[in-house]
Design a protein around this ligand. Structure first.
Ligand code: DX5
Ligand code: ZN
Length: 214
């Protein structure tokens, strides 16, 4: 599978509707929505009221990436706001199994996110529950950071684990993705690529999305 999920963190917050409509008309598959609490990550982005407005305009599934502590507290709120896929950090959940079940029970696709410093082997007991695993290829908190090369080997490890335990699970990669590394990431076994700066700082975002998918 080769899906692209442009990250709205790099969109124009003063005119989100314009950027969402551009993405509606593009070849992208999901819209990546980064929620940050200023505690789990050093930055604050936006919360469920803004997600609700994004949902009003979006014609593609919302891929909501929660970079917040104890995300289980907000599963119902993000369902109500319109999340289709809800991913939570391994590092932010004390009771990960419970949170994943809560997301599924609320009727969303669920996923675990791993920071660059967190090993893939820690997913042995939860990958069966996941529709997607998101590997961070930068330390989360900001757009426009440099891609961490170790991600390729993590994708390959994760592919092996998924083949054994949950072949349907998708592998998503987030951070520093661009038209140069995208083909290598798909070749290593990624299914979904998130791209913020690569899309929104491009002179022709729709064309860049096409290129990323190739
Ligand atoms: C970073 C976010 C990313 C970010 C990616 O913490 O999770 O989704 O928007 O931005 P780029 O593609 O610019 O690295
Ligand atoms: Zn993200």
């Amino acid at each position: 599978m080769k899906l692209i999920s442009p990250s709205l963190l790099s969109a124009d917050f003063g005119n989100l509707q314009h950027d969402i409509e551009m993405l509606n008309g593009s070849d992208c598959d999901w819209l990546h929505v980064d929620v940050m609490d200023g505690l789990f990550v050093p930055n604050i982005s936006f919360g469920q009221p803004v997600v609700k407005h994004i949902k009003k305009h979006a014609q593609k599934p919302l891929d909501v990436h929660l970079m917040i502590m104890d995300p289980g507290r907000y599963v119902a709120d993000f369902k109500e706001a319109g999340a289709d896929i809800l991913t939570v950090h391994y590092e932010a959940c004390t009771h990960l199994d419970r949170v994943l079940h809560a997301i599924k029970d609320a009727g969303m696709k669920c996923g675990v996110v791993l920071n660059p410093g967190t090993s893939v082997c820690l997913l042995e007991d939860t990958v069966q529950l996941c529709d997607v695993v998101l590997l961070m290829s930068v330390n989360p908190g900001f757009g426009g950071q440099k891609f961490i090369e170790n991600t390729y080997s993590k994708i390959r490890q994760l592919r092996q684990l998924c083949d054994q335990k949950n072949p349907a699970c998708m592998i998503e990669v987030d951070g520093g993705v661009n038209t140069e590394n995208a083909p290598k990431l798909f070749a290593a076994g990624a299914d979904v690529l998130v791209a913020g700066n690569a899309v929104f700082r491009s002179p022709n975002p729709c064309e860049t999305i096409k290129q990323l998918k190739k």
